[in-house]
Design a protein around this ligand. Structure first.
Ligand SMILES: [Zn+2]
Length: 178
């Protein structure tokens, strides 16, 4: 039972002693939540009680972003932080529309990177932008969506749609000049 006190490092998936605070294989902190300040949730609760809603959001959202970094993706902790953000939004929706859109855009970008893109989040974000009459945000959402689509299509070959259009035009030019 040599592996009894070992668990997989969430970053490199090598087995690591559960008491280790640094993975001997990849040098990162090997287990979920080890990069999170344990007081984060209490601090966010306190800020909310003090009516600093945007401050509480920023604290949780900054941590969420760090835990969804491509290099340091801690799915479990990110999920908990995401639940906290959703709950905070539910309690203070009118104050946090722009922040919520930002969270949705972040989720879409992550989805595009990992190949599970959820179009319904785009619709949700657009509805929110329209509800507060922010065409600038609606444009930002659509531009983000387009670049996510291009990132996704790169997984299926060398041509995203723009490159493809461009190459087709080049070939037409070459053929017509002969
Ligand atoms: Zn590791």
């Amino acid at each position: 039972m040599e592996n009894e006190d070992k668990e997989e490092c969430i970053f490199c998936e090598e087995l690591v002693d559960i008491h280790d605070v640094e993975c001997p294989h990849c040098g990162k902190k090997p287990f979920s939540g080890m990069y999170l300040n344990p007081k984060t949730y209490d601090n966010a609760d306190q800020m909310e009680k003090d009516c600093d809603i945007k401050g509480a959001w920023k604290l949780l959202h900054d941590e969420y972003r760090q835990h969804t970094d491509i290099e340091y993706f801690d799915e479990e902790t990110a999920g908990i932080l995401h639940d906290y953000l959703e709950a905070l939004y539910t309690r203070h929706a009118e104050l946090l529309v722009v922040e919520k859109i930002d969270l949705l855009l972040g989720g879409l970008q992550i989805g595009a990177y990992w190949g599970h893109y959820d179009d319904s989040l785009v619709e949700q974000a657009i509805e929110l932008a329209q509800s507060v009459e922010r065409p600038d945000l609606e444009l930002k959402i659509l531009e983000n969506h387009r670049s996510n689509q291009q990132a996704l299509s790169k997984g299926y070959g060398p041509f995203d749609s723009d490159n493809l259009d461009q190459r087709i035009q080049e070939l037409k030019n070459i053929l017509s000049s002969n």
